[in-house]
Design a protein around this ligand. Sequence first.
Ligand code: GDP
Ligand code: MG
Length: 439
Amino acid sequence: GLADKLQDTFDKLRGKGKLSEKDVKSALREVKLALLEADVNFKVVKNFISDIEERAVGKEVMDSLTPAQQVIKIVNEELTDLMGGTQSKLSIASDPPTVIMLVGLQGAGKTTTVGKLAKHLHKNGRRPLLVAGDVYRPAAIKQLQVLGERLDQPVFSMGDKQDPVDIAKAGVSHAESNGRDVVIIDTAGRLHIDEELMGELKDIKAAVNPQEILLVVDAMTGQDAVNVAESFDDALGVDGITLTKLDGDARGGAALSIRKVTGRPIKFVGTGEKLDDLEPFHPDRMASRILGMGDMLSLIEKAEENIDAEKAKELEEKLRKEEFTLDDFLDQMSQIRNMGPLDQIMDMIPGMGKIKQLDNLDMGEEHLDQIEAIISSMTTEEKRDPSIINGSRRRRIANGSGTEVQDVNRLLKQFKQAQKMMKQLNDMQQGMGGGGGGL
Ligand code: GDP
Ligand code: MG
C-alpha cells in the first residue's frame, strides 16, 4: 500500500546521508507515483508535491545535519496540512438537543455509523436518540433497532408509512421531552445521486435545522467518494465527513484528497464493521501513520478503552522483571483482540508496519484460536521458559493441539517478536514519563 511505498522511499533517502537536489527530486517523484497509485486526485498530488519541493530543495534543508529527516518532516507537515491540519470535532448545540443528520449513498455505511456514533457519544457522557429516517430500504428500521438494542440506547421510529420529514421532526421533539441531548438521524440513500433524494434531504434539513450534516462516504470507492462528497456539498451543504471502510482500502486516496477538493473536514473514520470501529480523525496522527512513524496517541487511547488497567500493570511489572510467559502472551492476545484487528493496531506502533510486512503475521480469528490451542498443549514449564522447547517437544505440542510443527515454530517466533514489541512499548512509555496505565 501507500504507507509501504512511502516508507521505502524514505528509507532509501535516509541511507544517503548528504542529499543533492537530484536525490530529493527523485524521492519526490516516487512519492508522487505512490500517491497517484493510491488514487489521490491528480491536481491535489501536483500541488502537494510542488509545495514540498519548494520547501525541501532549499539550502537550509540540504546543508542541515539530517537532510533526510528534514525532508520527511516537511512531508509529514504537508500531509497533515492536506488532511486539514487540526482535528475537526462535531459541533454541539449550546441549547440541546444537538441534531446530527447522516447522509450519503446507499451502502456507504450510514446506518452502521449512526450506531457507532451513538456509542462514541454515549461513552463521552451524552444521551443519544437514534432516529429511523430511512423508510425505503425494507430492513433499515430493523437494522437500526438492533443496533439500538445492542447499545442499550433508544431508537425512535414511526414505521415505514410516514414521511421522513415528519419522522425527523417528531424525533427531535421526542428527544426534547425525554431528556436526550443528541439526536442522530439515519436517512435513506440511493445508488446514485438524484433530485428526489436531494429534495428529501433538503426538506429534512429545513425542518430540523441540524447542527451537523455528516456525510458518510465509502473510502473503497476512491476518487468516486470525493466526487460524491462534492455533489452532496453543492446540493445540500455538509459540515463534516465520515470516511468508512478505511480498513478495506489499501490505497487511502480518498482520505488524502477529500478535504482539499471539498474544503470539508473529515471528522471520523470507520475502520471495521463493529460498533467500536469508529475513530475521531486526527490529520497529524494519520500523517504519521502513513509515513510509518506510528500513532502512539491513538494506540494508547484504544488501549485505555479496551485493556484492563490492573492486568496492564501486572504485565508491565512482569516485563520489567522479564517474567513475561506464553500464558501472558495468550492473555495479552485476547486483550489486544478486543482493540481491533492486529494489523491495524501494529500500524499505530512506530516501525511495526515493517515487521508486519516481513513476517506476514496472520492475526485472523481462526489463527488466534490455533494459537490458543498450541499454548494450551504446553506444560507449565514450557510456557514459562519456551527456550526448552526442543524438536521432540515441538512435535508433541503439535500433535496435542492438532497443528503442524511449523505452526508451533511460527508461534514461538511470534512470541519472541511480541516480547520485543512489548518491551519497545514499555520503554517508550517510560520515556514519555508514563510508567503506569496504557499497555
Ligand atoms: P447504509 O446503506 O449507508 O446505511 O450502509 P450500512 O450502514 O447498512 O452499511 C453497509 C455495509 O457496509 C454493511 O455491511 C456494513 O457492515 C458495512 N460497513 C459500514 N461501515 C464499515 C466500515 O467502516 N468498515 C467495513 N469493513 N465495513 C463497514
Ligand atoms: Mg442505511
